[in-house]
Design a protein around this ligand. Sequence first.
Ligand code: SF4
Length: 222
Amino acid sequence: MPRETTQQRSDRIHAEYAVLCRMFPEAICTLDFQTPFQLLVATVLSAQTTDVRVNSVTPELFSNYGTPETLAVANPEHIEDIIHPLGFYHTKSAHIIKLANQIVSDFNGIVPQTMEELTKLAGVGRKTANVVLGDAFDVPGFPVDTHVIRVTGRLRWRTDWRDKHPDPVKVEKEITQYFEPSEWSDLSHRLILFGRTVCTARNPDCESCLLNDTCPSAGHPL
Ligand code: SF4
C-alpha cells in the first residue's frame, strides 16, 4: 500500500508545479527558430547535444537552407560541415535532408500538424513531434526527455520512479493525466529548465531547492 494516496500525490504535484511556475515564469523553448520547419530541424539536431550548441550552428544553416525546398536539394557534405560541432553529423545531415524531401513530396512543403504524420518524418520521434506540436502549433504536446524522466522520478510524480529508463510514452501518459492539455507544453519546458539548473543529473542542489520541503528524494516522507 503506498502511503501517499492518488489524491495526495495529485495535490502535491500541483503544489510543487506552482513553485516551478514561480521559479520559471517564462516557460520558453530554448531553441532559436523562425518557422515550424526550422523548429523541427533544430529539434532533430538537438539529439545528444545542448540547445546552446544547436543555436550556434542554426544561423548559418537556416540562412542557406531555412526552408524544406532549399534543404531538400542541399549537398550533404555542406550540411555536415555546418553541423559538425553537434556530433552525429553524418546521421543528422541525412535525416534533415530526408525529412525536408518528405515534407516537399508528401506534405506540399508544409510541416504536418499531427503526431502520426510528424513521426513518419526521418529522425522524428515522439519527443520531437511533441516539441513541434506544442511550440510551433499550440497543439497540446508533452515532450519527455532525460530531464523530465529524472525530475519526475526524483519527485515521485510517476509511480515507476525506481525505473531509471522508463518507457517515455508511459511517462507522458502518467504525468499528463494530472494537467490540462493546454498546460503540457509549458510543464515540459519548466521541468527541463529545473532539471538543467537545480535538479541536475550529477549534483542536484537539494540544499537550496525550493521543493526540498516536500521532495521525497530530499527525505520528505510520503
Ligand atoms: S530536493 Fe533535490 S532531488 Fe528533490 S527536486 Fe529538489 S534538487 Fe531535485
